[in-house]
Design a protein around this ligand. Structure first.
Ligand code: SAM
Length: 332
C-alpha cells in the first residue's frame, strides 16, 4: 500500500542534512526538467501558461526562461508571502508574467481577469507546500519547532485554523478527519486523546499536537514520526486541499488549447489517486468522446540523484495529459 506521508513533512528527519546543502529560505523545484520536457515551452509562438502553485516561482521562472522572448505566465498562489518572494525572483522577466493571489480552484476567473482566458498552452500544479512554508512560515506546518497551530495557506481567508478544528470537532469527526485525510490507522485512539487533552487546555501550538500524537501513537517506529499523518490530515482539511484539487483539474483542462498540456505533481496517495482517476475519466469516459490523452502511463518520479539532492522530492509523482481537439478519436 502506498503510504500517505507527505515527503515535505516526512522528510523533516532529513532536514539537518538538507539544510546544510541548501539554505532554508529557498525551495528546490521538484521534477523541473521533467516538467519542462512535458510542457514544451518555447519562444516565438506566443507561449502562454498558468502556474497554479507559483510559490517562490521556481517552475514559473523555468517556463519563462524557456519561452523567451515572448512567452507569458500567469502565476497563482493562495499564499501572499510566497508571491512576494516570486515577484523578486521573476523580476528579470518583467512584463511577461502576472501574479495573482487566489485559490487555484478560481483559475477560470483569474485567467479571464488577467488576459489568459482564450486558451493556454500549458498548466502546471505542484501541490502541497514549499520548504519555505514548512520551515519558515511560522504557521505550524511542521512538527519540529513550536508554532501556532494555523496551517492555512491563505491566512486572510477567514477559515478555521488547525487549532480551531482540534478544539471544536467532536470525537467521531476528529477520528474521521485523521482516517480520511491522514490515513491514520489508529485514528480513533488519537481522537480520544485529543478530546481528553483539550479538556485540560485547548490546543494552541504545534507542540501540543505532537505531544498528543506521541501519547496516542507511541514513539517513532522506523522512518516516520508519529505526528506525520495527523499534521498532513489537518493541513489537507484546513485548506480543503482535495476539494480545491478536484475543482482545479476540470478548470485546468478547460483552460487549455487543444494540444495544450496539464502537468500535476502530487506528494501523497490521496492527491495522486484523485489525479489518476480524473485523467482516466477524461481519456476513457464512460459516455461521450475522450477529452484528453494521457502522456504518462505510469507517473514520472524523481531520479535517485534528485532525491539525494533534495530528499523532500522523494514521494513526488508527475502525471501529464494533453487536451484533445473536440471529437478527435484516440487510436487504440
Ligand atoms: C510546492 S509549492 C510550489 C513550488 C513551486 N512550484 C516552485 O517550484 O517554486 C506549492 C504551493 O502551492 C500553493 N497552494 C497549495 N494549494 C493551493 C490552492 N488551493 N490554491 C492556490 N495555491 C495553493 C501553496 O501555497 C504553495 O505555495
Amino acid at each position: 500500500m502506498e503510504t500517505p506521508s507527505d515527503a515535505r513533512l516526512a522528510d523533516e528527519e532529513s532536514r539537518p542534512a538538507a539544510a546544510a546543502q541548501h539554505p532554508p529560505d529557498h525551495h528546490r523545484s521538484v521534477l523541473l526538467d521533467e516538467v519542462l520536457e512535458a510542457l514544451q515551452p518555447h519562444g516565438g509562438i506566443g507561449f502562454t501558461a498558468v502556474d497554479c502553485t507559483t510559490n517562490g516561482g521556481g517552475h514559473t521562472a523555468a517556463l519563462l526562461e524557456r519561452s523567451s522572448p515572448d512567452g507569458r505566465v500567469l502565476g497563482l498562489d493562495a499564499d501572499t508571502s510566497a508571491l512576494a518572494l516570486a515577484r523578486v525572483r521573476l523580476a528579470p522577466f518583467d512584463g511577461r508574467f502576472v501574479l495573482a493571489q487566489c485559490n487555484f480552484r478560481d483559475l477560470p476567473r483569474a485567467a479571464a481577469e488577467h488576459g489568459f482566458g482564450g486558451g493556454v498552452h500549458a498548466v502546471i500544479a505542484d501541490l502541497g507546500l514549499s520548504s519555505v512554508q514548512l520551515d519558515l512560515s511560522g504557521r505550524g506546518f511542521s512538527f519540529q519547532g513550536d508554532e501556532p497551530l494555523d496551517m492555512r495557506f491563505d491566512e486572510a481567508a477567514g477559515t478555521a485554523t488547525a487549532a480551531d478544528l482540534l478544539n471544536t470537532l467532536d470525537e467521531a469527526e476528529l477520528a474521521a478527519l485523521f482516517r480520511e485525510y491522514g490515513e491514520e490507522p489508529r485514528a480513533r485512539r488519537l481522537a480520544s486523546v485529543v478530546i481528553r487533552r483539550r479538556e485540560r487546555a485547548p490546543f494552541a501550538r504545534t507542540g501540543d499536537l505532537v505531544a498528543a500524537a506521541m501519547q496516542a501513537l507511541g514513539p517513532r517506529r522506523g522512518r516516520t514520526h508519529p505526528a506525520t499523518r495527523v499534521f498532513q490530515a489537518l493541513r489537507v482539511k484546513v485548506n480543503d486541499e482535495l476539494g480545491a484539487l478536484d475543482a482545479m483539474l476540470d478548470a485546468a483542462l478547460a483552460a487549455l488549447h487543444p494540444g495544450g498540456r496539464l502537468a500535476v505533481i502530487t506528494f501523497h496517495s490521496l492527491e495522486d489517486r484523485l489525479v489518476k482517476w480524473r485523467f482516466r475519466g477524461w481519456a476513457q469516459p464512460e459516455e461521450g468522446v475522450p477529452t484528453a490523452r494521457i502522456l504518462t502511463r505510469k507517473p514520472i518520479v524523481p531520479s535517485d540523484a534528485e532525491v539525494r539532492h533534495n530528499p523532500r522530492a522523494r514521494s513526488a509523482k508527475l502525471r501529464v495529459v494533453e487536451r484533445l481537439a473536440p471529437h478527435v478519436e484516440v487510436p487504440a
